[in-house]
Ligand binder design. Structure first.
Ligand code: ATP
Length: 241
């Protein structure tokens, strides 16, 4: 079953079309990785899905409902949760307070502070600490936990590894593994191709606002994704830039 259907979605920054008529479907329980060079439009696409950026044209359907015109808080209450690039924590609030904020969408579900602490045990000792005093990895875990507390149907993760050491990134991904196994539907933006291909069921490569490659992670080669990433497939096909 498709949980999310995106049809001809366009989003702009002023005159610039950052997302250019993208259509794609996401199956329930699927992990989809969005890859592409800087400026390909990945963040704009995620923000547009979450309602944090305006739709210029096209449609977004969540479980059959057209949510295109809904503001972000209503999309959260329908089950779309975004963990933005750079984490955007409330630094003067504690981990527990940030997690409780996530629950304010009022969606029923299994997620609780205890369950978040099970998948992010590193937060246990930090639960009453202000997030401004946490390490990058702990902040990232809090940001993901806050999104999960809204019991999302679909979790949008924008570059969870950004600014973290490789060791901490490993830990964050190890926790994501549990999340993926629990059947949560995830769209994640990841700069690291190997990581994206290892974690995802399907990989989509964007270039200049468009999808240039899409396939099951197990069926694509790293070379195919790298070529699409840099637009080399176009040069080979001889199509105009
Ligand atoms: P990155 O990996 O660098 O975050 P991205 O694939 O997520 O890249 P976007 O951040 O969505 O790409 O950017 C898509 C295009 O929109 C780029 O050309 C970028 O310069 C432009 N853009 C992004 N944010 C803004 C903004 N706030 N104002 C103007 N242009 C923007």
């Amino acid at each position: 079953m498709n949980i999310l259907e995106i049809e001809n979605l366009t989003a702009r920054h002023g005159l610039l079309e950052a997302v250019r008529g993208i259509s794609l479907s996401v199956r329930k329980g699927e992990t989809l990785a969005l890859v592409g060079a800087n400026g390909a439009g990945k963040t704009t696409l995620l923000r547009t899905l979450a309602g944090a950026h305006a739709v210029a044209a096209g449609h977004i359907h969540l479980k059959g409902e057209d949510v295109t015109a809904l503001p972000s808080h209503k999309r959260v209450s329908r089950g779309i949760a975004l963990v933005p690039e750079g984490r955007r924590m409330f630094a003067s609030m504690t981990v527990a307070e940030n997690l409780k904020l996530g629950a304010m969408a009022g969606r029923k579900g299994d997620w609780s502070i205890d369950k978040i602490l099970e998948i992010f045990p590193n937060l246990q000792k930090r639960i009453h600490h202000k997030t401004g005093h946490l390490s990058g990895g702990e902040q990232q875990a809090t940001a993901i936990g806050r999104a999960l507390m809204s019991n999302p149907e679909i979790l949008l993760l924008d570059e969870v590894s950004l600014g973290l050491s490789p060791l901490i990134v490993d830990r964050v991904y190890a926790s994501l593994d549990g999340l993926i196994k629990s059947g949560t539907t995830i769209i994640l933006v990841e700069q690291d191709l190997s990581r994206a291909m290892a974690v995802a069921d399907r990989v989509i490569c964007m270039l200049e606002g468009r999808i240039v490659l899409e396939g099951d992670a197990g069926a694509l080669t790293r070379e195919q994704v790298t070529e699409a990433y840099f637009g080399l497939h176009r040069a080979r096909k001889g199509t105009a830039a």
